[in-house]
Every structure is written in structure tokens, then in C-alpha cells.
Design a protein around this ligand. Sequence first.
Ligand code: ACO
Length: 330
Amino acid sequence: MYASFKSIGAYIPEKVLTNEELEKMVDTSDEWIIKRTGIKERHIADDSELTSDMGVKAGELAIKRAGLQKSDIDAVICATISPDHFCMPSTANLISHKLGLNPVTSFDISAACTGFIYALNIAKSFVESGSFKNVLIVGAEKLSSIVDYTDRTTCILFGDGAGAAVIGATDKKEDAVIDVHTGADGSYSDYLITPGGGSAEPCSLETIENRRHYMKMQGNATFKVAVKTLTKDVIDILGKNEIDPKDIKHFIPHQANYRIIKAVGDALKLDSEQVVLTVHKYGNTSSASIPMAMNDLYESGKLKNGELMLLDAFGGGLTWGSALIPFAGK
Ligand code: ACO
């Protein structure tokens, strides 16, 4: 049995936060943000809109587009660094409940911006081993809840949203996910970190006053590792599977920074039509960024059955991952 990528769905919250609005909140400029990141605006969830709510909306679309009933889903994996609740219950559990899927296996994983590729790798293994037939994978983030809007080095980067896909069993080899790579290096763990609120620094008045429960990033150091790691990872996966970069129809990288995406695309000598870009309108939505970009492509009619996609991500941990997938949706 093979695992196929059956469908894609996403949810983008309505409210838009522009660079001009950020200029009024911190010492920054539209010009600096565009030049350094390519980001023009990002979407922000309402106070009442939870990570799980966005995951539900993306998941509903993915199930419908896979031509399945909710009862066909056997497991839900949610990749998130902004879960509804700290520790428990898992956001995947809440998504399953709100979708009316119970009882199914559901759990969260934490691999920051690489989360969707980690979830894909786990779902692929579940399906190939015969444990489950259809797994819903979700990348959902309400990053606005862990972003410090007084810190100009991070608050200009992040946005909210969700994306989801169904990974299902097939006996058609041409539909099978070709390969997924995942990796991590904890020696860089302080490059991207939410220091407070965990067992290392349990929540206290002091951690809150010192804003320790917000994301902190060593941006420039992370940038350098990101370019190197992302490039090496895609060269490795293409080489291992003997695929020429020119045969990739859609390169869908994590949308953190236009300059990082351009550097990796240039290293592979990709044409601009091969590279999917949404960073200008959504910013960095961590685990949701790749499925949101893929959904944009799908909804614009540019993602067709059988077309080869190359995914590439990098994030806090540090973590990284890549995947080679023929789109098996309709
Ligand atoms: N507006 C204006 N100036 C700013 C801003 C801002 N918003 N932020 C920083 N600056 C200043 C800095 O203080 C610094 O000033 P100085 O030269 O006087 O010291 C200057 O701009 C340059 O700062 P750098 O940090 O060196 O800028 P850089 O070109 O590296 O861009 C950025 C910063 C956009 C964060 C970039 O480093 C980046 O994209 N890093 C990688 C992010 C990433 O991929 N993260 C992984 C995924 S995220 C996840 O997993 C959750």
C-alpha cells in the first residue's frame, strides 16, 4: 500500500495587519520590512477564533476535496506551536471533536515551521504500514497569541492561518508520496525559543513581566543556517531520488522570508514560475505556511493531478524537512 497526497484545504482569517499599521506600533518601516523579508501584510485571527477553529475550517475543506466523508478519517495530526491549550488537551483532539470525528487517534506535534512536513512523514508511515487508511494532517497557527507586539525584530514577521491535507492509501504507485526527509539539531535550540511557561521557567509574575512567554529569535543567525540547511536538504532529496530540479512543477517552500526562498531557488536554478510565493500576503505562518501556499496554488487552478511538488521547510528547534510528492487530488 502507498500513501498519496489526496487533497489540500486552508483557512485564512479575515483581518489584515499591514506594514503601515505595524509602523504605528513599533519603530519600523514598510520599506525595511519589504526589503528584508518581502512581507507586505499578514492575516490575524479574531480573539474568539482559536487555532483549532482555523484547523477545523481547513480540515473540512481537505476532507471534502478528497471526496471523503468525515467518517472515513482514521487519525488527525496537528502541527502547531500555538496550541489552544498548553500541554493538554491537544489541538488535534479539539479539531477531531469539532469536526465530529470521534473516536479517532489524534495528537499534536511540535516541530515549528517544519511541522507540516513532520506530520506528513508520520501520516505516510501510518498509511504505508496499514495502521490507518486516511490521515488528516493539519498545520494551524495563531502566532499572534505568542508574538510580542513591542518587539520589532519578530512582530513584523508572523501571521495566523491554517492548512490541511488528507494523506490516504492507494495501490497506484504513480500517486505515491515519493520521499520525505526530516531532521533536527537541538544545539541551535536558543536561536528560536519561547523561554517562559514550560518546566524550564514555569509561568510566574516574573516570567510574564519579562515577556518570557513570547517567541524570541536570533534572526540573522537563523537566516544563515536556514539558507544553508534548506539548500542542502533539497539537493539531497532530489539527488537521492534522481530527479532534476527542472522536472519539479511546483517548489513550495516555507514562507519565512523572500530572500531565503530566492537563495534556495537560485541554488537549484529554478524558474520563477516553479516557485510558489505567498510570503508577501500571509507573512510567516509557521506550520501552516506550506499548506496555505499549496491551497492558494490549488484555488488558482494551477495545481493539477499528477504534478510534482517539492516542499522544503526550516524552523525552530532547529528543525528542517523536505518532500517530493505528486499531487493526487482532483
Ligand atoms: N524594522 C527596522 N529595523 C529593524 C527591524 C525592524 N522591524 N528589525 C530589526 N531591525 C534592525 C536591527 O536592529 C539591526 O540594526 P543594527 O544594524 O543597527 O543593529 C538591523 O535592522 C539589521 O538586523 P538583522 O537582524 O541583521 O536583519 P536581517 O537582514 O537578518 O533581517 C530577519 C532580519 C528578517 C528576521 C531575517 O534575519 C530572517 O528572516 N531570519 C530568518 C527567519 C526564519 O527563517 N526563521 C525560521 C522560521 S520561524 C519559526 O520556526 C517559528
